[in-house]
Design a protein around this ligand. Structure first.
Ligand SMILES: *Cc1c(COP(=O)(O)O)cnc(C)c1O
Length: 341
């Protein structure tokens, strides 16, 4: 028990629970490219209903749901507006250029959080020299922002601006349920404000695979064709969709526990001399600052004690809490953190 590996590298490392595997094994499946997999339909309809959107599209990854969304809402030579830390820009290997032939305008939000005041001056006017600003992408929670989140009134204000300027609004909701847990907002409100929402099932929710793109019927009709062109049409995908349905039914209400665990780790880190600062904890991500150039070393020292983490720069380290982290692992992690040197 004392030598268990505690894996804080990401909330993607979770393995399916017994109950989830059971749901997967018992799924009713069919060929989803023929539109015949009822479990996939059920997952898409369930999420669309939760977020008050017309339709959904099950995809293998959040990268795919984001990139399909961006392709649906842009034309070549358009410009996408997002924060400089955005996953769609930094961690999707230039997919916006590759798939959509669009340029990107990077803004500097506070921990990745944008405001209408930041966005408005960056919307191009109609001019022969300028790309057409057609889409704003928000991320909720913000990964690089240390799990910072938007509440619904901040989103409503950005939607208002996009609406009058004729821009579409897409949400990278890789950790949307963490944001909803932290803010207490209702998922149903989101449908009023976004043209597209990407919801990840394989992060905090603990499913092995999958994300769902939500949008209008027309958007999802187009998205389904783009998914096929991207090679993302799946056949008996109901086995995977069943894991997503199980996660929505069983793993949303427990996210509060992950947030609580993150707070416990943060307060231990704040007590040590090797940590210079810890980003405020809003959800399940802990990012802390160490001496310039020593982040790798801290990650290595943690690893020798069985605690796995990642650097996010040469001076910052990230810990992510998730479904497979138990209270006893948190106790053990706190011991490791407090006695590192
Ligand atoms: C993980 C993640 C994604 C999607 O990642 P995939 O590995 O492609 O599923 C998108 N956005 C954010 C913010 C993420 O953290």
């Amino acid at each position: 028990m004392n030598n268990q590996i505690i894996d804080f590298r990401s909330d993607t490392v979770t393995k399916p629970t017994a109950g989830m595997l059971d749901a997967m094994m018992n799924a009713k499946v069919g060929d989803d490219v023929f539109g015949e997999d009822e479990t996939v339909h059920n997952l898409e309809a369930k999420l669309a209903g939760m977020f008050n959107m017309e339709a959904g599209l099950f995809c293998p990854s959040g990268t795919m749901t984001n990139q399909i969304g961006i392709k649906c809402f842009t034309q070549p030579m358009d410009e996408v507006i997002c924060d400089q830390t955005a996953h769609v820009y930094r961690y999707e290997i230039g997919g916006i250029a590759f798939h959509s032939a669009a340029s990107v305008r990077l803004l500097h939000g506070q921990r990745g959080i944008l405001t209408p005041e930041l966005i408005e001056p960056e919307i191009n006017e109609d001019n022969i020299h300028y790309p057409n600003s057609s889409l704003v992408v928000l991320e909720n929670t913000v990964n690089k922002g240390g799990g910072s989140c938007y509440n619904i009134s901040q989103i409503a204000a950005i939607h208002y601006l996009c609406n009058i300027k004729g821009l579409k609004l897409h949400l990278d909701g890789a950790r949307i349920f963490n944001a909803l847990t932290a803010t207490g907002d209702n998922a149903h409100e989101y449908g009023k404000y976004f043209d597209g929402i990407s919801v990840c099932l394989s992060k905090g929710l603990g499913a092995p695979v999958g994300s769902v793109l939500l949008g209008s019927k027309a958007t999802i009709h187009k998205a389904r064709k783009i998914r096929k062109a991207f090679g993302g049409g799946m056949r008996q995908a109901g086995f995977l969709a069943a894991a997503g349905i199980y996660a929505l039914d069983n793993h949303v209400n427990r996210l509060q526990e992950d947030h609580h665990h993150a707070k416990s780790l943060a307060s231990a880190l704040a007590k040590t001399s090797y940590v210079k600062s810890v980003m405020p904890i809003e959800t399940n991500i802990v990012i802390f600052e160490v001496e310039q150039g020593s982040a790798e070393k801290v990650v290595h020292q943690f690893k020798e004690k069985g605690l796995l983490s990642n650097t996010t720069s040469s001076s910052t380290v990230r810990l992510v809490t998730h479904l497979d982290i138990s209270p006893s692992m948190i106790d053990q992690a706190i011991e490791i953190i407090l006695h590192l040197r």
